[in-house]
Design a protein around this ligand. Structure first.
Ligand code: SAH
Length: 256
């Protein structure tokens, strides 16, 4: 078997944010597999067969990649951002575990990418400077009860929370429900950042309060960051977006 699978992170959008290693893995590929908008980000070239799918079942796409690799092809599977963050890498390994034992002998490599959370944080300042966590609000693959239980726990733990997949046409109410839950735990003036299409031409970044964010529109290209109690804004005047940061130091709790 001479085939292989490279699972490649394309970064948040701007080609300059694609790593050199990811570019080299794309250049070596014979077959390109992924969700349509991600495949579209890779320029066409001779010798590269493109298999863009609108199939939302990631494991089917992963199996297709493994079958092609088992037949001897050098396959690239692409995801936006990082392929290990709510994306194709886990689907490929799930397919390997459940699939043809011969697939375990295929060379499978993962090329990291800049995930949306880090690209958004870099635009804002340093909101992830202290402890933080990332959650996907999509209930396509897990029950909504699990999502709210986890969100409740991390909000109470005073972590900065990055929310991926906040909303879509099929899931219109989840972000509102998550922000209502946050409003019951965190102060109304808590900073909430809505970072849309970071590093793409239609980028839009808003720094709001939790109270304002509950009324603000977001879409599936938006990454939401909910600040912790220590997250601070540095105001820069009416024309400029404030810097947002979370200090690394946490003061000792006052003795009771
Ligand atoms: N693997 C991707 C995440 C896939 S989940 C990554 O590491 O970034 C898809 C979600 O990621 C979107 O709903 C949105 O919340 C977020 N996202 C992806 N690209 C983004 C970008 N350029 N700007 C803001 N959010 C983005």
């Amino acid at each position: 078997m001479s085939g292989s699978v490279a699972i490649i992170g394309l970064g948040p959008g701007d080609p300059r944010l694609l790593t050199g290693a990811a570019q080299a893995a794309l250049d070596a590929a014979e077959d390109l597999i992924g969700y349509i908008p991600y495949v579209a980000r890779v320029p066409e070239r001779a010798g590269l067969r493109r298999h863009a799918s609108d199939n939302r079942v990631e494991v089917d796409r992963a199996r297709h990649a493994l079958e092609l690799a088992a037949s001897g092809r050098r396959v690239a599977v692409v995801s936006g951002g990082d392929p290990g963050v709510f994306a194709m890498a886990a689907a490929v390994f799930e397919a390997v575990e459940a699939g043809d034992p011969a697939w375990r002998h295929l060379p499978i490599t993962v090329e990291p990418g800049i995930t949306a959370m880090l690209a958004a944080a870099a635009r804002l300042g340093a909101p992830l400077g202290g402890d933080f966590c990332a959650l996907s609000l999509s209930d396509n693959l897990k029950p909504w009860d699990v999502i709210t239980a986890r969100l409740d726990a991390v909000l109470r733990a005073d972590l900065v929370v990055a929310l991926y997949n906040p909303i879509s046409s099929a899931r219109p109410w989840q972000l509102g429900a998550a922000l209502s839950l946050a409003a019951g735990i965190r102060a109304p003036e808590t900073p909430v950042m809505l970072a849309r299409a970071v590093s793409r031409p239609d980028e839009n970044i808003r720094v709001l309060t939790l109270a304002q964010a509950r009324e603000a529109p977001a879409d599936m290209a938006t990454l939401v960051i909910i600040g912790a109690s220590a997250t601070r804004l540095i105001q820069r005047g009416p024309e400029l977006r404030p810097y947002v940061y979370t200090p690394r130091s946490v003061p000792e709790a006052e003795p009771a």
